[in-house]
Design a protein around this ligand. Structure first.
Ligand SMILES: NC(=O)c1ccc[n+]([C@@H]2O[C@H](COP(=O)([O-])OP(=O)(O)OC[C@H]3O[C@@H](n4cnc5c(N)ncnc54)[C@H](O)[C@@H]3O)[C@@H](O)[C@H]2O)c1
Length: 374
């Protein structure tokens, strides 16, 4: 009999619905010995909660997250709220004794992340992880295994990107993600950066210097009520970083990358091998294996459905965002259950904090127009 974990969801918007859907089809995965059940959902907006009336079994619905935290049926919390609320809600979740799958960026700024981290450190018996699902995809897992095997020889360069394009439309109404008071001064980095950095940081590729090119393309957007509102977040960020040994790490997070819809891509080049994967071509893994003097030829491999955790999907079939999110949740629960079926875990609080240090250095780099040493 699988252990049941009662999941509370705070923030029932875009990501709250995705996690609830991933739980609803848990039977999709091979038995991990642990089964989540969404037992309580909280959102301040009752209209948002109406969607959850379709969930079966029916979770308790509430508009004050303190009542969710007081609910003994909740063992772990997935929290997907605007960034200015991360610090207080994550602290309250931890103080209520619940495990936490947090959304990135794990606090609106470095000070908030440090405060959350201090609480995490004081509670080693509670599992805290941060969301980033793309590395759990078949492509992400293939890249990770290749890195773990050190198939690159001597590292030449790492490029990691997460790209959106919808903000190219100047008529797109503003939302909290484009306002620094809710999203944070990091702008696109806070929103998108953890996706790009999860694998590099897990590989130990923490930059020692950061030089940032940040752009705010549209300073105003329609406010959705016939007027305009200030859009004061960075739209695009290109970070030219260097690792301890001088190896370049290029991190791109963009809200205005023409034509890109949620493109996660990573390329690693080395003296003995290179690998490249992009969700733009989700089945295609590109690799170049090099032997001295031999031709340098990229090959492409059609990926099937095998990500971090086995599922019912035929091995040659395709997967997508909702599958990768379910795989990430499986990694969280697998770790919580204490019996890891595979070694690649969700982002740790220490990795989220490292990402904050990179974004903070990027802001300083932009302000001083210089490379910043970490
Ligand atoms: N992992 C991913 O791929 C991914 C994708 C998008 C967003 N995110 C992250 O998820 C988080 C939420 O983003 P989203 O896109 O779901 O936003 P969203 O705006 O769709 O949803 C946020 C929800 O939080 C609710 N809320 C606000 N204050 C609240 C409070 N005090 N208590 C309870 N609910 C409250 C809002 O009413 C809203 O429904 C952010 O941290 C964001 O960076 C992650």
């Amino acid at each position: 009999m699988a252990e049941e974990v009662g999941l509370g969801v705070i923030g029932g918007g875009l990501m709250g619905r995705e996690i609830t859907s991933a739980v609803a089809r848990w039977i999709h995965l091979h038995d991990l010995g642990v089964t989540p059940r969404v037992v309580h959902v909280c959102d301040v907006d009752p209209e948002v909660l109406r969607w959850y009336e379709r969930a079966a079994p029916q979770p308790t619905l509430s508009t004050d997250y303190h009542s969710l935290l007081a609910d003994p049926a909740v063992d772990a919390v997935y929290c997907a709220v605007p960034h200015h609320l991360h610090e207080q809600i994550y602290l309250d979740v931890l103080r209520a004794g619940k495990h936490l799958l947090a959304e990135k960026p794990f606090g609106i700024d470095l000070a908030a992340a440090n405060t959350i981290m201090a609480e995490v450190d004081a509670r080693p018996q509670q599992l805290v992880r941060v969301s980033s699902e793309f590395p759990f995809s078949p492509g992400g897992q293939a890249v990770w295994k290749w890195i773990a095997d050190r198939a690159y020889g001597e590292l030449l360069e790492v490029r990691a990107s997460f790209l959106h394009s919808s903000d190219l439309d100047p008529e797109k109404p503003i939302n909290w993600k484009r306002q620094s008071q809710f999203n944070g001064l990091y702008g696109c980095m806070g929103d998108l950066g953890m996706h790009a950095l999860h694998i590099p940081l897990r590989a130990g590729w923490m930059p020692t210097t950061v030089f940032a090119l940040l752009s705010n393309v549209f300073a105003e957007r329609p406010d959705g009520r016939g007027g305009v509102a200030a859009c004061d977040t960075w739209d695009n960020a290109v970070l030219a970083c260097s690792l301890t040994d001088g190896t370049p790490l290029i991190v791109e997070t963009k809200r205005i990358a023409p034509g890109e819809t949620n493109t996660w891509r990573i390329e690693i080049d080395g003296t003995e091998g290179s690998i490249a994967y992009s969700t733009k071509y989700p089945k295609t893994l590109r690799r170049l294996d090099y032997k001295a003097g031999a031709p340098q030829a990229w090959s492409s491999l059609d990926l099937g459905s095998v990500g971090a955790y086995p599922s019912i999907t035929g091995a040659i079939f395709e997967t997508g965002f909702s599958d990768w999110l379910q795989q990430m949740l499986a990694a969280f629960l697998d770790e919580l259950h204490g019996e890891l079926h595979q070694p690649f875990t969700c982002v740790t609080p220490a990795e989220a904090l490292a990402a904050h240090r990179i974004y903070t250095a990027a802001l300083e780099s932009r302000a001083t127009r210089s490379a910043v040493t970490l």
